[in-house]
Design a binder for this molecule. Structure first.
Ligand code: PGA
Length: 250
């Protein structure tokens, strides 16, 4: 972590937590961010329906609210979708785009992901663009090629000064297999080079937990984490956002 880049730890709740559960989480999580060090920011992406509840329950804390996706149009005949202006109404500041789950289950393309990222920025939201290779691609030594393409196509026309990129190897998501910190560091460094802006925030995501966060954050190219399963527990996520890096590391 460079001295200029501010770390961003983001929780992605996926399809977990109704409003009552989000409220209970926030009551416990508030204490965890009371003494949050200044060098980091915390973001939580709840399901759309829990956004108003969580946004209100965490107001006055340093926690920002993200959406798990965002549509590329402002409004229209897009059944089931949510637009950027709708998110802004509830204090949302970030939007995840290009997560491997919508890429896989809803066949999202790099072109659509790029349109989502552009629209997000147009409305002042910070896109968190997720990129990462599958196990087959890694074994076929295609990791760099795949991620380079995702970065290039996903970021066309994007202002890299208002952007977060999350390196999420698909084989590490929800599997309990965290990518080795040195390898995650290597790929995050490549991504930063491809984005072409030394200040861009690059996160690592994939089975991050309280036991692995300190090592990951000690890596110089890793500026934060995108945390799925481990962000659902307020105490465990509290430990993650309060990660500790030995003096001199990072
Ligand atoms: P995980 O999910 O931490 O549960 O592996 C990460 C993600 O999908 O963003």
């Amino acid at each position: 972590m460079s001295l200029v880049r501010k770390a961003v730890i983001a929780g992605n709740w996926k399809m977990h937590m109704n409003c009552a559960e989000a409220l209970a989480f926030s009551q416990s999580f508030r204490a965890q961010v009371e003494n949050l060090p200044e060098d980091r920011q915390v973001v939580i992406a709840p399901p759309y329906l829990a956004i108003p509840t969580l946004s209100e329950a965490l107001s006055g804390t340093p926690v920002a609210i993200a959406a798990q996706n965002v549509h590329w149009e402002e409004k229209g005949a897009y059944t089931g979708m949510v637009s950027a202006p709708m998110l802004l109404e509830h204090g949302v500041t970030h939007a995840i785009v290009g997560h491997s789950e919508p890429r896989k289950y809803y066949s999202e393309t790099d072109e659509q992901i790029n349109m989502r990222a552009r629209t997000a920025q147009h409305y002042g939201l910070i896109p968190i663009l997720c990129v990462g290779e599958s196990l087959d691609q890694r074994e076929a030594k295609e990791t760099e090629r795949v991620i380079h393409r995702q970065v290039e196509q996903g970021l066309e026309g994007i202002d890299s000064g208002r952007l977060i990129v999350a390196y999420e190897p698909i084989w590490a998501i929800g599997t309990g297999k965290t990518c080795a910190a040195e390898e995650a560091n290597r790929i995050c460094g490549l991504i930063r080079g491809w984005v072409g802006n030394p200040e861009v925030i690059v996160q690592y995501g994939g089975s991050v937990n309280p036991a692995t966060i300190d090592d990951l954050m000690a890596q110089p190219e890793i500026d934060g984490a995108l945390v799925g399963g481990a962000s659902l527990d307020p105490i465990g996520f509290g430990r993650i956002v309060n990660y500790q890096v030995p003096v001199g590391a990072g």
